[in-house]
Design a protein. Sequence first.
Length: 416
Amino acid sequence: MPMRDAARQAGYTERIAFVVEVAEHLHTYGTTAQRLEGAIESVSRRLGLECEPWVNPTGMILAFSDPTRPAGESDTTRVIRLGLGDTNLYKLCEADRIAEDVMTGRMQIADGLAALRALDRPVSQRGKIMQVLGFALASAAVAGLLQLPWLDIGTAAAIGLLIGLLDIAAQQRPRLQEAFEAVAGLIAGGVAIAVSSLIGPLNLNTVIIAAVIVLLPGMALTNAMNELTSRHLVSGTARFAGALTTIIKLTIGTAIALAIAGALGIHPEVRALRPQPEWVVWCALPVGAYAFAVLFRAHRRDYLLVMVAACAGYLISRFGGEWVGAQAGLFLSALMTTAAGNIYARWRNRPGALVRLPGLIMLVPGSTALRSVITLVQAQDLGAGQEAAMLALNTLMALLAGLLFGNLLVSARRNL
């Protein structure tokens, strides 16, 4: 019996269990609805199943049947409630590899199930330390890319470190997890106000945005629009609403910090100054790329690939923007990053997310969206944040166009 046929001859319930396990893991690791549904259908077909999946950001409905049996006789429906996915490139690659091994017969379904469940082991102490470090480095790097003064960069890094520690604490406390973004915004606003009042003036709003950069839902906004354009309307709408809620919670925390400072008679010193030379940007770029490799939980062997993708996405956007305009530069970067990710996936038979996600992360519109809402709340004037809101919308449209045409230029490999 051929190896692939051996997998198809496994028990009906065993095959269903494997597909469900694959689907749960891919959902947990941040796969978008259209890619996840495509992957589920592909795996099911290769295992001799028919599956009609319905995916949303917090759950799935999977309807299975056996095509070799009379209609209705083998129908099985699984309703699965899941939390919001979080990007984990290492586990995404492992889940993809295990699914590929089972589909080609190199691994028995029972072994595949065991291998997938082994991925659920808790994060090690070293992993937690690296995540906290990643928060601090990402905040400092973004401040450096924006050419902020050294005090601003140091403040952003310190706030990022505190938010990283808060993230570790929130993982074990569900009540804190619900208010996590609001508390993070409160910490960011409070520390920035304290530094600007007691030590020296800051680019206040920009420092706050750099400090919370890891929490900004830029990828969620981009993925939401991507799902909407692929006609996954429920998932796209839910993800879009979730992203806006995150922005609002961050703004609430910042607004509370400003209100407390005002009540205490503390008036932060604000300045608009970006004095850093160009070499600071070139130093901040690899630091930021490394930070996102850590935060995306890539395997160490993939760090270089992830960092190159992140740097390339930023550089294409920057120099393309100088050549053809800012929005066109974003479109060009998203187009080339998406196409490169799909080419890598076909060449190496691994998820294109290893290239696509890092390449887009420094382009996403979350920071401009947060800036527009913070400005709106501070000024209490709808027109105050209009410019930043339009910039966020234009950024989102440029990225979306790049994603669409990138996938059109080079088709994805089995949806991952």
